[in-house]
Design a protein around this ligand. Structure first.
Ligand SMILES: [Zn+2]
Length: 187
């Protein structure tokens, strides 16, 4: 069961408060993914999150930034689940604004990852510009700027820090929307 690479990257990434926040968010929803080192070391993909199996895979050459990127995808999926079940509120409004209403289906996430091709820089920047990828790269790159891969982790339209902050606010809004309203006068 023990996976030393997962343990090392999880411990390293958890030194940053953003990782702790995302893990707490996932824990509170019982949505912490299963994690394993199961991608080949020479792949161009350093991580993968497959919602259908709630599975986070990393490769032996992955770094903390990759772990945080995939954890961000896990949190995005949990957010999407809440978005679909929610009546319009502050959270759904922010979600629509930041991510859009397009579904993050398992297949979509997979195909986005499969499109990552080191030889096709145009395709890569398209990949990077996908809202959920842009957001995941922004979170990981702003927390671990020294681990950026310049080839694919080009800055998006907004600065990474802004996108990362917006993502953290989205988590807060989702938590707040989930709480029973203590001020309610309903019986
Ligand atoms: Zn990604």
């Amino acid at each position: 069961m023990a996976d030393p690479t997962v343990d090392r990257l999880l411990a390293g990434a958890s030194k940053q408060p953003e990782t702790v926040r995302i893990l707490d968010f996932l824990r509170s929803r019982n949505a912490v993914p299963n994690m394993e080192t199961s991608l080949p070391g020479d792949t161009t993909s350093y991580g993968r999150f497959t919602p259908a199996y709630n599975l986070l895979q990393i490769s032996p050459s992955s770094v903390e930034s990759d772990m945080l990127h995939e954890l961000t995808h896990a949190a995005q999926f949990a957010l999407e689940g809440q978005f679909r079940k929610s009546k319009p509120n502050q959270f759904t409004e922010a979600y629509t604004k930041l991510i859009g209403e397009s579904a993050i289906s398992a297949g979509q996430v997979d195909s986005m990852i499969n499109r990552l091709d080191p030889k096709a820089s145009k395709e890569m920047s398209k990949y990077r510009r996908q809202p959920i990828e842009n957001q995941a790269f922004a979170v990981a790159d702003s927390v671990f700027p020294e681990q950026k891969l310049p080839a694919i982790r080009q800055p998006g339209a907004h600065s990474n820090a802004t996108l990362a902050t917006e993502f953290m606010i989205l988590l807060d809004l989702a938590d707040r929307a989930n709480k029973p309203t203590s001020t309610s006068t309903k019986k």
